[in-house]
Design a protein around this ligand. Structure first.
Ligand SMILES: C[C@](O)(CO)[C@H](O)COP(=O)(O)OP(=O)(O)OC[C@H]1O[C@@H](n2ccc(N)nc2=O)[C@H](O)[C@@H]1O
Ligand SMILES: Nc1ncnc2c1ncn2[C@@H]1O[C@H](COP(=O)(O)OP(=O)(O)OP(=O)(O)O)[C@@H](O)[C@H]1O
Length: 286
């Protein structure tokens, strides 16, 4: 089989407004999700006997293995076994949806390998893999509602630089949502609807005061040291400093990209990234 390759871009939540819990246990939200140029490399090739996932640095069950199984089950594709190899650069359990991005990338590769590239089909399979997966089947910028699965694409690519400051320790997404509940965070339906209207009116490039992550107090409660990082990122000139998704990675948005490049030197392990559009997820044959 031809070797196919794609990139799996990390995502940031430019804003995340938190709503009530649904019957399925997940929270409603209103979020603008943006893919950035921090990527994993994901490759598909022929495997001898059975489907395999190779992903150094990630122990335990890989979401990509589940993606392959679901793709076969939901499409009926019985093509030759595949090996999907992932070279990670996105920090793990950091609030940048790395596993979700890899799973979405795997669906793109499987779609190409099998001749089943219908985005609606791939998105339907993605919905069963996790809240962050559907938005990443086609990288770029989306307004996500529901629990993250209802998507409206927002055209264009924002121009700010994104400073990514990893925390050096993981934070599990369910723990952060649970902490949000314990703290009594989260709007009621009317409050979330109001946030949706304000965000929608502010698109495509949200004004800085709308770049708010309402999960941040929960991440801070579990990782109090993040307050210092947020202050340092602000002190380094970021126009917006916020926790990424469920954390604990901290982000700085810089409207002046040169200021972002200058700030990165102050934070060991940090990288500067840029928003990217759908082309970042192209599937290439080699
Ligand atoms: C924090 C975000 O990254 C923001 O984009 C996402 O909401 C999280 O998405 P994710 O990691 O793909 O989450 P999933 O794997 O679907 O869910 C893991 C757990 O997180 C909680 N969860 C997730 C998404 C959501 N909208 N509400 C939730 O309460 C639930 O306890 C769920 O069982
Ligand atoms: N391909 C993968 N890459 C990274 N983590 C994976 C992968 N597959 C499974 N995992 C597991 O998923 C868990 C969450 O990892 P991930 O990096 O996706 O978290 P995250 O960035 O916080 O996700 P999100 O932002 O969607 O909440 C980890 O415990 C990890 O072991």
């Amino acid at each position: 089989m031809t070797l196919l390759e794609t990139r799996a871009p990390a995502k940031i939540n430019v804003c995340l407004y938190l709503g009530p819990t649904r019957e399925d246990g997940r929270h409603e939200l209103v979020s603008v999700m943006q893919s950035v140029s921090l990527t994993d490399r994901v490759r598909l090739e022929h495997a001898a006997e059975r489907d395999e996932v190779v992903c150094p640095g990630v122990d335990g069950e890989n979401l990509v293995g589940t993606a392959i199984a679901r793709f076969r089950a939901q499409t009926g594709w019985d093509g030759d076994p595949v090996r999907i190899s992932i070279k990670k650069r996105i920090p793990v359990a950091a609030g940048m949806a790395g596993g979700s991005a890899d799973a979405a990338a795997a669906l793109r590769l499987l779609g190409r390998a099998s001749g089943r590239e219908d985005p609606d089909l791939l998105t339907a399979i993605a919905e069963g893999l996790g809240s962050d997966v559907p938005a990443q089947v086609l990288p770029g910028r989306v307004l996500a509602t529901g629990a993250g699965e209802r998507l409206e694409r927002v055209p264009g690519v924002a121009r700010y630089a994104v400073l990514v400051v990893p925390a050096g320790r993981p934070l599990a997404t369910p723990d952060v949502y649970r902490e949000a509940d314990r703290l009594g965070l989260g709007r009621d339906h009317a409050g979330l609807e109001q946030a949706l209207q304000i965000v929608r009116a502010g698109l495509p490039d949200l004004a800085d005061p709308l770049c708010v992550n309402e999960l941040e107090p929960a991440a801070l409660s579990l990782c109090p040291e993040l307050a210092e990082t947020l202050d340092a990122v602000r002190g380094a000139g970021a126009d917006v400093a916020m926790v990424s998704g469920s954390g604990p990675t901290v982000l700085g948005l810089f409207h002046d990209p040169d200021a972002g490049e200058a700030a990165v030197q102050r934070f060991p392990g940090a990288v500067v990234t840029r928003p990217v559009g759908p082309h970042a997820g192209e599937v290439l044959a080699s």
